[in-house]
Design a protein around this ligand. Structure first.
Ligand SMILES: [Zn+2]
Length: 387
């Protein structure tokens, strides 16, 4: 798997009773065989709609063991894929519904009650899709030993599209459509990032690897693999690091993944600085180091990294708690900002302003300077006090 900390399968605990599939009251797995994708992988147009008819070829449904569990399965099997996909989808919605403060409607189409999860769709190739009433997954590099449905990053990204659509509403047609779609690619990555940071194994791996000094670039590297495959091209991480709107202007209208990069980069910068703010608050680094870390030139980075490493060694658990606290504040802020975006509409600037407004409401503006600086650097305007 692409995400560090997920090289080994993780056990997922799910509240509520599980049925065959696996399934529960809100979602179910159907392990379709030889299935045509619901949407055209080239144009994204719908070819047909869920639910997948059980008169068509499929495997399963998977039965739980005598204790009602699905943790007895062998990695590398279809059965494992089905259970892993269910667990990951469940996890993505559970994490975000916590921050949103309510259950989302997973399905809006008439005649369908539950979200359909199709774990292994060979005909999709290298990609994954979400849409009305379903998520379905292909394979990294078209390799059937690398199913995206077992990659929590890929799964959470697809669930992210559904979450954003429920919070903000459908994408408008016309002038604002492209920016909304670009925003949603960044937003789905943000959804995924918050989701994977809920796993201690990921938090510990990120911090051990960076020795406490996070940059948005190594945050991104945790979730980059899938996004890059998704866009059908390899984007250079180094460039991503400080992409401004001017640098991506030529992508407007045709490459939403590239156009999304300044917004995504700013969001990751914000999370990193929020984390450093928590480190200061816990007395794990001093304000002087945090300030130098924020404004450091590339030349000063090795020195700052060394200083962080020395502090990290003294209290790795405190660093992990700071990252968890920052993730929580970040997710609450985003959830509120996206809800507000339903009435303001989506441009990068409006969502950035909604994030600042959410911070003012939730944290009395604790992160206001961080938010304005991060978006300002990417040339995305934050208008405070304006809805
Ligand atoms: Zn996407």
């Amino acid at each position: 798997m692409a995400v560090r900390g997920f090289e080994m399968p993780r056990l997922a605990r799910i509240s509520g009773a599980l049925g065959p599939g696996p399934s529960d009251r809100r979602m179910y797995v159907v392990d379709a065989l030889g299935k045509d994708p619901y949407r055209d992988p080239e144009t994204a147009d719908y070819i047909w709609y869920p639910p997948y008819p059980l008169t068509k070829p499929h495997h399963g449904p998977l039965q739980p063991d005598a204790n009602g569990q699905f943790d007895h399965l062998e990695p590398g099997t279809r059965e494992f894929s089905a259970a892993a996909a269910f667990a990951a989808v469940h996890c993505a919605f559970a994490v975000w519904e916590h921050y949103i403060g309510r259950r989302l409607r997973l399905v809006t189409r008439r005649g369908q009650r539950r979200l359909e999860i199709v774990p292994r769709v060979t005909k999709i190739g290298d990609g994954a899709w979400s849409g009305e009433g379903f998520v379905e997954f292909g394979f990294a590099n078209n390799n059937q030993r690398q199913p995206y449905c077992e990659n929590i990053d890929a799964v959470a990204h697809e669930c992210g599209h559904i979450i954003l659509k429920r919070l903000i509403g459908p994408a408008p047609k016309g002038r604002y459509q492209f920016e909304r779609k670009s925003h949603d690619e960044a937003g789905a990555d943000i959804v995924s990032l918050v989701c994977i940071l809920h796993f201690d194994s990921v938090v510990n791996a990120v911090l051990a690897q960076t020795r406490g000094k996070l940059y948005s670039i190594n945050i991104l590297s945790q979730i980059g693999e899938y996004r890059r495959g998704h866009s059908g091209r390899r984007t250079t991480r180094k460039l991503f690091h400080d992409k401004t709107m001017a640098a991506v202007a030529r992508a407007r209208g045709h490459d939403k993944y590239v156009f999304a990069q300044p917004f995504l980069g700013a969001a990751f910068d914000i999370l990193v600085e929020m984390y450093e703010d928590h480190l200061v608050q816990r007395g794990l680094i001093d304000t002087d180091l945090a300030r130098r870390s924020t404004h450091a030139s590339a030349k000063a980075h090795p020195r700052i990294r060394r200083e962080f490493a020395a502090r990290f060694k003294l209290n790795p658990d405190g660093f992990a708690d700071s990252l968890r606290d920052a993730t929580r504040d970040f997710a609450y802020m985003l959830a509120l900002a996206w809800r507000k975006s339903r009435s303001t509409g989506v441009t990068f600037s409006r969502v950035a302003s909604n994030i600042a407004a959410a911070d003012a409401r939730l944290n009395r503006g604790r992160y206001g300077a961080i938010i304005r600086r991060a978006f300002g650097k990417r040339r995305i305007a934050v208008r405070v006090g304006r809805s």
